[in-house]
Design a protein around this ligand. Structure first.
Ligand code: SF4
Length: 241
């Protein structure tokens, strides 16, 4: 709500770079021949304003390295993963916990959907952050888990409901000697795990139904653009008109 009403400065340069990397990552999936990727990157760079020249050049180099890292990861994983789609739409309903309770609509977009050797769908989310999350945090990663629930519910476009084959984060800003890019894996959720995360989704939906929204300190606060205006934090100061 804060952000929608002017609480943030709009997209910062890291967000611009992140969006661009995601776009070009999809291009690498086959829509643009590899030899034209670099040209596409240069063209895209000309259309974004990142302020000073030196900063724009540095970000261009950083982005180029991320795309190289992603390419290496892509080539290295083709023996274990087969591409099903990129930017795959998630849209489906989760049944209510009890009679009379509302159903929950789960919507989103999966960066890459792959299939493992057993034919199970595997969710891949590309991250441009410099610091990968811990292995434990990946196992407990709500976004990945929500996508695995979506797979199980048949909420992924073009895919029937199926047992998920797990999910992974691919950190393209953090190369890895063996794997190309640093990966963090969330193992496939079994029925018990799926049930736990359905419950979490129901709780999140209930907490955001309104009309009141309780600000709750969470891991995302560190990067929150409106932290100085947030009633859950002491930082910031009063502004009088
Ligand atoms: S609780 Fe954290 S994430 Fe939510 S608005 Fe406040 S600072 Fe931002």
């Amino acid at each position: 709500m804060f952000e929608r009403h002017g609480g943030s400065d709009g997209e910062n340069s890291h967000a611009v770079t992140g969006t661009l990397v995601h776009t070009l990552v999809q291009a690498l999936a086959g829509r643009i021949p590899p030899e034209r990727i670099d040209q596409a990157l240069e063209n895209a760079w000309g259309s974004v304003d990142l302020g000073s020249d030196w900063y724009a050049r540095r970000e261009l180099e950083r982005t180029r390295r991320m795309l190289d890292t992603f390419s290496t990861w892509l080539q290295g994983t083709r023996s274990e993963l087969e591409e099903v789609g990129v930017e795959v739409t998630v849209d489906g309903m989760i049944e209510p916990r009890e009679p009379g309770a509302p159903r929950i609509r789960l919507r989103g977009r999966i960066d890459r959907l792959e299939r493992d050797p057993d034919g199970r769908p595997v969710v891949v989310d590309v991250k441009t952050a410099k610091n990968p999350v811990s292995k434990d945090a990946a196992r407990d990663h709500a976004q990945l888990a929500a996508y695995q629930v979506a797979v199980a519910e048949g909420a992924v476009e073009g895919e029937p409901a199926a047992a998920p084959g797990g999910a992974r984060l691919v950190f393209v800003a953090k190369p890895h000697n063996k794997e190309g890019a640093t990966q963090r894996i969330q193992p496939p959720l079994d029925e018990e795990g799926l049930e736990h995360w359905r419950e979490v989704i129901h709780e999140a939906a209930a907490a955001t139904r309104g009309p009141q929204f309780l600000a709750q300190v969470n891991d995302g606060c560190r990067h929150c653009p409106v932290q100085s205006s947030c009633p859950a934090h002491d930082e910031g100061r009063q502004v009088t008109g």
